[in-house]
Design a protein around this ligand. Sequence first.
Ligand code: CA
Length: 224
Amino acid sequence: MRILIAEDDQVLADGLLRALRSSGAAVDHVASGTEADAALRTSSQFDLLILDLGLPRMHGLEVLRALRGRGSALPVLILTAADSVEERVKGLDYGADDYMAKPFSLQELEARVRALTRRGTGATSSSIRHGPLEYDQAGRVATIDGRMVELSARELGLLEVLLQRAGRLVSKDQLVERLCEWGEEVSTNAIEVYIHRLRKKIEKGPIRIATVRGLGYCLEKINA
Ligand code: CA
């Protein structure tokens, strides 16, 4: 999962980055409205935007309006000051999916982030299932036939992306974009290594990560 945070309060942003990274997301941060707008115009790989409304240089509402004006359905969670009912209403009217009034608990924010990203993939609970393979996004646990599979944070991230698009092709470039934050160097060769490790752990029953030569990977279920 890849999240963009637009927040000019550095302390709050640091807390958000830490919490969301520890739950396994790749998180990028900008501190102004104009940077948020530029990032959203150039990348369509985000799964969620956490948007402070009181941003310098371009107001959060303007960032949101421009985003929706381009036809983007990206889930947006706005952060507002506790006393600004009017802004909150405007934000929702402008197409935000949810809001949190400051100050808020990080735990609640994480739960809302899970709910919003779930909605984005059409799933209805916090777990994604494909045959005997199940991944619980809240607990960050993967199981096959109910038995837990030990996976590293990177392998879990990779599995999550493949599961969200099970049965469909995911290119190596898409995997790099979904898993890596700005400034992080992960080559497509490294992706091959992670895929190799993940295969060894999950290809025990009917689940396969098929290689589509030159294009990418596809999570499949072989019929016995
Ligand atoms: Ca602010």
